[in-house]
Design a protein around this ligand. Sequence first.
Ligand code: BTN
Length: 272
Amino acid sequence: MSKLNAGLVQTSLAEASIARLDQLEVFGSIASTNTHLLTQPAPAAGRFRVAIADHQTSGRGRHNRRWLSPPGSGLCLSLAYTFAAQREDLPALTLALGVGILGGLQSLDVGGISLKWPNDIVALDGKLGGVLTEVQSGIGAGVTVVTGIGLNIDLPDDLDFGLESDWALRSVDLKSIAADVPERELIAGALIGSMHVAMATFDAQGFDAFIESWQRHDWLRGKEITVDLLEQRITGIAAGVDADGALIIDTGEERTRVISGSIVVANLVDKA
Ligand code: BTN
């Protein structure tokens, strides 16, 4: 697979994205597109900037895990967006961006995708991608957020993925689920558009605008799960998310809200 063509990414962007885009940077190799954007000037409120890389040498995931992206195997894309005011609902932003990313892939005719709370893109019961949201800074009254997506497109067979996820038995790539895998530049253009729209919609309406779609694509719903919290382990049936984006677990005795934690899914069998 060839290196990313910056011109092709640029021409694949929708007018609405171009109007609000401060800067688009395309790298062959970089430590981490999220880390890069966290050091760049924050966009003005309502505007955004993007960094894309073919691969990363120090890609990061949640819970200090690595994000592995060998050259030519996928897409590493981060988007920085500035909200005009500080907000308390940012924990739900990753879920909203998951809905946006799913929509971006569907616009390319990639189906069969669901979302695993809080930040995984799922296909064939495996991990197709992951989302990492980090707060860059508060500028003035506002707050700048960097959200990065790592998407597997054409993984090498020998990728040692095992230890980098608490739930997924394996990684999945687009090549395994799509009849025709679009050019990575087109995927980047679609994701930039859908992530930007998700940020702007969240800015105006919060998680309310996303919850119905999130519940429809909830991969965990109905599954028996165990969540390790700091001083507690909860086992029960995943029962969707609430208006704040917290995961609801039905233990049989009560419904518990979880806002952060590692999730183990019972009875998950690798069918690959
Ligand atoms: C996870 O699964 O825990 C999240 C993975 C997020 C990976 C993406 S790749 C682009 C951006 N840069 C990073 O270092 N991480 C995110």
